[in-house]
Design a protein around this ligand. Structure first.
Ligand code: NAD
Length: 378
C-alpha cells in the first residue's frame, strides 16, 4: 500500500505533514512511503533524511497523487488536485469542512475517502491522533511568547536592590487545550494569571495550574457531548462582557482562545473593554482566523487600538514549525497505525469504528459524516 506525503502550497505555511521519524514507523509497518522532493525543507529535513529511513523521493507531484493509496498532507487539497487522485484514495488532512462545502462536494464526486482531522472525536483512544490538541497546545505557548515580546514590562516579580517589580497580570479567556497551555506558560514565566471559560468544569484545571478562575454567573451554559462549549445567547454574552471587564482592565496581557465547534468564534472583547486597559498592554486574539474574539483584531497583523497592542497573528503553531511538524506527523502516524492490518500490511477503513465515523467526511461517492450532514443541512 503506497502512502504519499505532499508538500504544502498554502502561502506562509512552514509546517510539514511527515517527518523522517514517522516514515521510519510507517516503513516498519510494511507501507511503501513516497514523498514529494523537498517536503521537509522548511523544517530543515533533507530528502536524504527521508531516504535513510526507507522513503522514496519523487519530484513529480502529479505522478505521486495519481499513484497514492493514501495521501498525507497538512491543509486541504487544492480543488484541481482532487481529480488527480484514484477513486477510493484515502486523503488525510485538515479540511475545515463546514467552510468548504464545495471542496467536500468535489471529494465526494471523485469518490475520495477524505478524513478531516478536525473531526476526530475527543476520546481517550483518539488522543494520540488529535492534531487539534497537539497544535492548539503549541499555539497557547506561542501566544504567550508573542505577548511577552510586545509588552514593555517583564512577567515575573523581581525583588532587587533597585526595588520590587510586581508580576505582570495575565487574563486568559477560554480554557481549552490552548488556554491551559497559555496559563501554564505564563505561570512558568512568573505572571499572575486569571482565567475564564463558559464551561464551569474547567475551574479545577485552572486552579491546579496556580491560576485564579474568574466566576461569572451566566445561568445555563454547559457543553456538548464532545466537551465543546455551547453557543451563548446574546444576553449571556453581554453578562459575560460585564463580568470580564474588570479582569481585562487590570490585565497587562489578555489572551483569548474562545472557539465554538463548527461556528464562528464569539466576539467577547469589544472596543469599550479595550479602552479600559492600560496603554501599552497587549491582547492576543487566538481566534482571529475563525472570526475573532476581539473587536478590531486583524489576521497576521498587530494593530494599536486605544493604545493597546492587539495581536492577530495566524498559524501560531507554524512559528514553532519543527516541534509542530513532529507532533502533527506523529499524530498522523498514530492514526495510520491504529487502522493498519499488520498481517495484510494495509490500512483498513473500518466504517463501524467510532473514530472513522467521526472523521471520515466522504466515502464511495457519498457524504459519509452524519455530523457534517446535520450541521450543513440545517
Ligand atoms: P475549543 O478550541 O473549541 O475552544 C476553546 C475554549 O473556548 C473552550 O474551552 C470553550 O469552552 C471556550 N469558550 C467558548 N466560548 C466561550 C466564551 N464565550 N467565553 C469563554 N470561553 C469560551 O476547545 P478545545 O481546546 O478544542 O477543547 C474542547 C474540549 O475538548 C475541551 O473540553 C477539552 O478538554 C476536550 N478535549 C478532550 C480531549 C480528549 O479527551 N481526548 C482532547 C482534547 C480536548
Amino acid at each position: 500500500m503506497k502512502i504519499v506525503a505532499i508538500k504544502e502550497t498554502h502561502k506562509g505555511e512552514t509546517r510539514v505533514p511527515l517527518v523522517p521519524q514517522t516514515v521510519d514507523k510507517l516503513v516498519k509497518l510494511g507501507a511503501e512511503v513516497e514523498i514529494e522532493s523537498t517536503l521537509g525543507a522548511t523544517c530543515l529535513y533533507e530528502d536524504g533524511d527521508y531516504e535513510k529511513v526507507g522513503a522514496k523521493v519523487n519530484k513529480n507531484r502529479v505522478d505521486l497523487l495519481k499513484s497514492a493509496d493514501i495521501v498525507l498532507r497538512l491543509r486541504k487539497p487544492p480543488m484541481e488536485e482532487i481529480e488527480l487522485m484514484k477513486k477510493g484514495c484515502i486523503h488525510i488532512s485538515y479540511l475545515d469542512p463546514f467552510n468548504e462545502t464545495e471542496l467536500l462536494d468535489k471529494l465526494k464526486t471523485c469518490a475520495i475517502s477524505a478524513v478531516s482531522l478536525e473531526m476526530l472525536p475527543r476520546t481517550t483512544i483518539a488522543q494520540k491522533m488529535d492534531v487539534l490538541s497537539s497544535q492548539a497546545n503549541l499555539g497557547g505557548y506561542v501566544a504567550v511568547v508573542l505577548a511577552v515580546d510586545q509588552l514593555d514590562k517583564i512577567f515575573p516579580m523581581m525583588t532587587t536592590p533597585a526595588g520590587t517589580i510586581k508580576p505582570a497580570r495575565v487574563f486568559i479567556i477560554g480554557v481549552g487545550v490552548a488556554g491551559l497551555q497559555a496559563i501554564a506558560t505564563a505561570r512558568r514565566l512568573g505572571a499572575r494569571v486569571e482565567a475564564f471559560d463558559t464551561r464551569p468544569v474547567v475551574e479545577e484545571q485552572v486552579k491546579s495550574l496556580g491560576a485564579k478562575f474568574v466566576k461569572i454567573d451566566l445561568g445555563e451554559t454547559g457543553q456538548t457531548k464532545d466537551g465543546y462549549a455551547k453557543q451563548l445567547t446574546s444576553e449571556q454574552l453581554e453578562k459575560q462582557k460585564e463580568g470580564m471587564a474588570k479582569a481585562c482592565a487590570m490585565a497587562d496581557v489578555v489572551i483569548t482562545t474562545a472557539q465554538l465547534f463548527g461556528r464562528p468564534a464569539p466576539r467577547i472583547v469589544d472596543r469599550g473593554m479595550i479602552a479600559q486597559m492600560q496603554p501599552g498592554s497587549a491582547i492576543v486574539d487566538m481566534a482571529v482566523e475563525t472570526g475573532g474574539n476581539v473587536e478590531g483584531s486583524e489576521v497576521d497583523t498587530i494593530v494599536e487600538i486605544e493604545g493597546v497592542h492587539v495581536i492577530g497573528m495566524g498559524n501560531l503553531p507554524g512559528r514553532v514549525a519543527i516541534t509542530a511538524s513532529q507532533m502533527y506527523s506523529s499524530n498522523l502516524g498514530n492514526f495510520v497505525e491504529h487502522f493498519w492490518d499488520k498481517e495484510e500490511k494495509k490500512f483498513t477503513l473500518d466504517l463501524e469504528d467510532e473514530i472513522i465515523k467521526g472523521a471520515l467526511m466522504t466515502h464511495d461517492g457519498e457524504i459519509f459524516s452524519e455530523t457534517y450532514k446535520s450541521i450543513v443541512n440545517k
